[in-house]
Design a protein. Structure first.
Length: 417
């Protein structure tokens, strides 16, 4: 009975974990044969018992699972390492619990009726536990919140997930003599390894809300800039009669040169506020708004725009891409007070380049994101990610480099035919 129970519980554990992992991690091999091999090998790993007082069983099981997950799944190192620890916390704590009880019911000193009752209770507990676990798997995978995780968040998740495994390792090395304490600690490890999934969901949801808040702030700032620009135009129009009076006075006095200079000044001011860089009203509004913002910060923004077609993309994605790139350059406060912006058309693609000088160092995460130095880190640091995601939604790509004192954002998105 003990062997049958061990086989049954181990297979339940392996099949549930094997079904959940492809929804959370990208399999390296997608063929049916590879999927079958993944399931079989995980069953073998789960069949390996973690035995009290034998630390080698814990270490070998963890090493085998670590190799397994890095061989069969292809994700970033941080995410793969985090899920290695997360899933092994479940495997290790469950394996320790079932192994300990199977050893107890194998004892010949127990009444004949007790082992079947314990086996039935363990099976019922397993069915209940894995039904709850599958619900957590589904919530986390279907919500798509893991895409908002940063490297730092994955490292934090790994640290949290390691706690149940460390507890089980402690119980393996030195099991408490008090059986009640032993069981309570084991159940606590199982509960802690399960609670990690709703914690992942909440962490990802918070990160996604922060990203959305960053996008909304960028859009709000854009509309505020456009409104400010329109107010300046209305002011100029409102004062037009006064300007015409001044020009007429200069002409009446025979000071034609002063009249021409005054007229040119008005024309220059109006042209700067309504400059048409491209055929796109949206792009023109963004460029004019950000140029005014740069001027207010004492920065010079050089703009070269040579496009005749419009990107076939959602306007909000286009706004997110251009506005975030320009905002990052303005907020960087280049030491030479100069920002270079280029919009070109090449082979059916819009090429956007925003470059600015910087002083000091630029810190980058291993996933390609940049570390913000602003005090309000919860609501900042999303500009680069927003740029990447907006370009991806438009079917394009982004290259971001920081070298030789120049920070450069280069984006390429398809143009409408």
């Amino acid at each position: 009975m003990a062997m049958v129970l061990h086989l049954l519980l181990s297979l339940m554990l392996a099949l549930n974990i094997s079904a959940a992992m492809p929804a959370l991690l990208k399999p390296r091999f997608s063929s049916p044969a590879a999927a079958f091999m993944r399931t079989v090998l995980l069953c073998v790993i789960c069949l390996f018992p973690i035995v009290p007082d034998f630390v080698q069983t814990f270490l070998l099981s963890f090493a085998a699972f670590l190799i397994y997950i890095f061989v069969f799944y292809d994700e970033g190192t941080e995410k793969t390492a985090a899920f290695s620890v997360i899933f092994f916390s479940i495997i290790g704590s469950w394996s320790y619990l079932t192994t300990w009880w199977i050893q107890r019911i194998s004892s010949s000193a127990l009444p004949l009726w007790l082992p079947p009752v314990v086996a039935l209770l363990l099976t019922a507990l397993a069915l209940l536990y894995f039904s709850i676990l599958r619900a957590y798997f589904r919530i986390v995978s279907e919500s798509m919140v893991l895409g908002s995780f940063t490297e730092r968040m994955w490292n934090y998740a790994t640290f949290m997930a390691a706690s149940p495994s460390v507890l089980i390792l402690t119980l393996v090395v030195s099991p408490p003599r008090n059986l009640l304490i032993l069981q309570l600690l084991t159940f606590f490890a199982i509960a802690a390894s399960t609670i990690i999934f709703p914690m992942l969901y909440q962490m990802g949801r918070s990160a996604r809300l922060a990203e959305e808040n960053s996008r909304l702030m960028a859009r709000s700032e854009y509309y505020q800039g456009v409104e400010s620009q329109q107010q300046e135009i209305r002011k100029l129009k409102h004062d037009l009669m006064n300007h015409l009076t001044v020009i007429a006075t200069y002409i009446d006095l025979g000071e034609n040169e002063k009249a021409m200079e005054y007229l040119k000044e008005i024309g220059t001011r109006f042209a700067e506020m309504t400059k048409q860089y491209t055929p796109s009203t949206l792009i023109n509004a963004i460029l004019n708004s950000k140029k005014q913002k740069a001027d207010a910060h004492g920065l010079s923004m050089g703009i070269i725009a040579e496009i005749s077609s419009l990107p076939q993309a959602d306007e909000m994605d286009l706004c997110t891409l251009i506005a975030n790139a320009l905002d990052n350059a303005i907020e960087a406060d280049p030491p030479d007070k100069r920002i270079e912006v280029t919009l070109l058309e090449d082979d059916g693609h819009l090429l956007l380049t925003v470059a600015n000088r910087y002083s000091g160092s630029v810190e980058m995460e291993s996933d390609g994101s940049f570390i913000t130095h602003k005090s309000d880190k919860a609501n900042h640091g999303f500009g680069i990610r927003n740029i990447r995601e907006a370009a991806a939604r438009m079917g394009g790509n982004v290259s971001i480099t920081a070298s030789d004192g120049t920070f450069r954002v280069e984006a390429e998105v398809p143009l409408a035919k």
